[in-house]
Design a protein around this ligand. Sequence first.
Ligand SMILES: Cc1ncc(COP(=O)(O)O)c(C=O)c1O
Length: 417
Amino acid sequence: MRLWEKTYSQTEALLSQYGSPLYVYEKGQIITQVKLFDSNLGVVVGKGVKNYFAVKALPNPHILSILYQAGMGFDCSSLPEVHLAHKAGASGEDIIYTSNNTTIEELTEASADGAMINFDDLSLVQKFIDCNHQPLPIAFCRYNPGDIEFVGLNQSIIGKPSEAKYGMPKDQIMKAYKLLKDSGVRRFGLHTMLLSNELDYKNHLRIARLLFELAIEIADKLNIKFEKINLGGGFGLAYSPDQHDFDIRTYGKELSKLYKQLDMQRAGSPQIITENGRWVTGDSGYLITKVINQKNTHRKYIGVDATMANLMRPGMYGAYHHISLLSGRTDFDLNKVETVDVVGSLCENNDKFAVQRELPVTKEGDIIIIHSAGAHGHAMGFQYNGKLRSAEVLLSDSSSELIRRAETEVDYFATLV
Ligand SMILES: Cc1ncc(COP(=O)(O)O)c(C=O)c1O
């Protein structure tokens, strides 16, 4: 049973036990997504595609260990994320370290832990070689093509490549591989991340073609072989009911075709990897919150006990999250609707989960379920206005397990000296 199929009293029982607002993740839905990934991409070009889950999307070791046991690796962007991946059981080349504007100390520590290092900049390659006299077992470089002919749907999240701080243009990436080769590296990977929340599989294929062609060119010019090509994350989620799901089936088939068509043997028959976060856990997670106030001024406002500090995406880039309502009232009528803004209590006017949304007429005590919050949700939480982060709960069949307690005021004061 999905969370939104539960009754008011079942959901209310969760809030009474763990507090409101509350993040809830469905274990069954996470496993469904992993299986969907494997059944469609597990057979691509014989070797299969391996996903390195982007830890930043949902950095909870309980969830990470489900993904690790199901065969995923981890994409980490900081040392604490590497340590979280270790808690989930991962080590060595189960982890790829993709960071930007990084210190050499950090890269050195991640590589000493055995993680695969992904260089974001030519200057970092040189600094790393100068400071570390053992060659890396395997090295990736991140490509930034500058302006490309096609754009993804969600430029507001990822930015235009020519304006993005990530990765290296072609001339620099050539120099980076040359430096790495000369330093003794013999195993190579290539990476880019140019799309975010992209539902059109054709755009993902365009990225694959871009990287495959570049890998062949680099392999040719520098006489190196690529062991892995990392196509990045960014598989899209259907956040709103009128959107279609990402067509992973066709993508898998077309990716296989492309790999054969371009004869990737020429680049060393690399394994394809990805670092999807959102697509894996996004749909499994919900932010549950209670209606605490209603206000009628120039607009009608529904005040809830969660704020943008619990879920930043709508306020930060106008992201849509579907909302459904549960009520214990006998007079609750799903067909009686009104247009409202759903707001938190932050002293920021973009603290809104929905703007001018048509929702069933609600009253204090009703429960609002904010859908698709299982990636880049709790993880992006903050404490502005003294707002404390909520608990996280994992639901499996009929049981629930606390996987992170709610913050208390003691936590809020813990770092003061
Ligand atoms: C380098 C990198 N990889 C992977 C991801 C995961 O993206 P998504 O969760 O949209 O798949 C991100 C998202 O910020 C990222 O910056």
